[in-house]
Design a protein. Sequence first.
Length: 157
Amino acid sequence: MRRHIDHGALVCATCSGSVLLAEAGLLDGAEAASHWSMADLFRDRYPGVRFRPERILCDSGRAGQLITTGGASSWQDLALYLIGRFCGAEEAARVARLFLLGDRGYGQLPFASMARPRQHSDAVISKIQAWLVAVRLHGASAPAQRCRHFEDPGVAG
């Protein structure tokens, strides 16, 4: 990979693909994005990389040859970035409208709140936390079921 970069190749990594670039030493001294959950891995294993968990995209240096992005769906942001870079901002905006791609200028950390909650020592609160995670992941079958769960957290859903 390094040889290709040395010959001018553009290399992009999305989500945990940034780990491969870090392992190859290509991100040493550079900013990099990856899925926000990789923060501990980057901190512990790749201290020379300036990991930016809040960012959706980082142009990681080397004259714009290394581009890293956040979570798996950030390929959309990467595509728009590359269209803008090679075809202009107007074309990137046109493609975004055509494919209904939204602005995620707020970054990816707002999604980190979807991580598993810490277990609470109170059994009722712990059951409610587990139920909220299940609803977030799978949805509840009906509003009435949601109400019953809050009235009696012991009800299986």
